[in-house]
Design a protein around this ligand. Structure first.
Ligand code: SAH
Ligand code: SF4
Length: 344
């Protein structure tokens, strides 16, 4: 089987070319076509000689993604179903908010973590996405922002399908291409990685000095409750997460984000707010209160406005920085956690 050329480095490509008695500088040109110019066939690489294009074509493939279905919500959110080379599909979303254009991208086909409130969690994890497949989603969504709304992409969030920290090396490679001159040159400050909480990988992110914003999907601030909705908590207690996050902050000096979905009569009492406060107070942080987006066969409901307001006021009085995130694209199942909601 031919190798996907975007899974090899520029140095490996140079070595290949040298072995075939070709000039090594061609590797850099090819890499530029592949990443910076996002070309999906060797034929389009204009400054590469025909014989070299043929050489590459007979040794490598380019596993790019294609948009298969596009849905536009009444609130202008655009959801795209992307088809992968092996027939699997993932979804990516463009969320326009005035001039701010956010791309929400997937990192895995499905997810292995089975959070009780998430549609992706009801699918198994089929496979990891390659760095190229993650990168391509941004390229497509960036073009949609320009073509439909005439704005540049302003933010990228790894909040689509899958757990990014369980596909660590490909996710990191995608960030490298998205943020460097080898690719799209987007600032790391505009990228947020959201995780369900894998302590040792959070530490690794800090050690590797990745420098993106980090969001933890907290959703409950006692182990007993969190484990009921997020099985990953069994092996990653709140205590271990707190340590990992403090470590992350001590190295990166970046404000952390906590995501908290309010579920009716489950995690929306003042007692729960107190737990949330004591969990988050150790480092500079902000809390995104997320409106629950119902999923098929889900066992939870969203909180009432009244309870939500009490919860929020309690935290605000304690000085917690809170943002309420209303769902977007609900009519097309493009809201957080709804990806893959209407699939077999
Ligand atoms: N696996 C990562 C990133 C993808 S999920 C994570 O869990 O963080 C992206 C965000 O959507 C997470 O905060 C997740 O908790 C949230 N989410 C999942 N299902 C949801 C739902 N039904 N309603 C609202 N948010 C949901
Ligand atoms: Fe996976 Fe995140 Fe959904 Fe949990 S919330 S099942 S970790 S995608």
């Amino acid at each position: 089987m031919k190798k996907d050329i975007r899974t090899i480095s520029s140095t490996e490509l140079e070595e290949f070319l040298l072995k075939k008695n070709q000039k090594s500088f061609v590797a850099k040109q090819v890499m530029e076509w592949l990443w910076k110019k996002s070309k999906t066939s060797f034929e389009e690489m204009k400054n590469i000689s025909k014989s070299n294009r043929e050489l590459l074509d007979s040794n490598y493939i380019i596993n790019s993604i294609d948009s298969e279905e596009i849905q536009v919500s009444s609130d202008k959110t655009i959801k795209t179903k992307f088809k992968l080379f092996d027939g699997y599909t993932v979804e990516g979303v463009l969320i326009p908010q005035n001039k701010r254009m956010t791309a929400c991208i997937s990192s895995q086909v499905g997810c292995s973590l089975s959070c009780k409130f998430c549609a992706t969690g009801t699918m198994d994890r089929k496979r990891n996405l390659s760095a190229g497949e993650i990168y391509d989603q941004v390229v497509h969504i960036r073009r949609q922002a320009k073509e439909n709304y005439n704005f540049s992409l302003s933010n990228i969030v790894y909040m689509g399908m899958g757990e990014p920290l369980l596909n660590y090396s490909n996710v990191i490679q995608s960030i490298d291409y998205l943020t460097s001159s080898k690719g799209l040159n987007i600032s790391k400050r505009r990228i947020t990685l959201s995780t369900s909480g894998i302590s040792k990988m959070i530490k690794k992110l800090a050690d590797d000095n990745i420098g993106v914003n980090l969001a933890l999907s907290l959703h409950a601030a006692s182990d007993e409750k969190r484990n009921q909705i997020m099985p990953i908590g069994e092996s990653n207690s709140l205590n271990s997460l707190k340590k990992a996050l403090k470590y992350y902050y001590s190295k990166m000096k970046k404000q952390l984000t906590y995501e908290y979905i309010l579920f009716n009569d489950f995690n929306d009492s003042i007692e729960d707010a107190k737990n949330l406060y004591s969990f988050t107070k150790h480092t500079p942080s902000k809390v995104n209160i997320i409106e629950y987006n119902p999923i098929d066969n889900g066992q939870y409901e969203k909180s009432s406005e009244l309870k939500m307001n009490h919860f929020i006021s309690f935290l605000e009085n304690k000085g917690v920085v809170i943002k309420v995130r209303r769902s977007r694209g609900k009519d097309i199942d493009a809201a957080c956690g709804q990806l893959a909601n209407k699939k077999a």
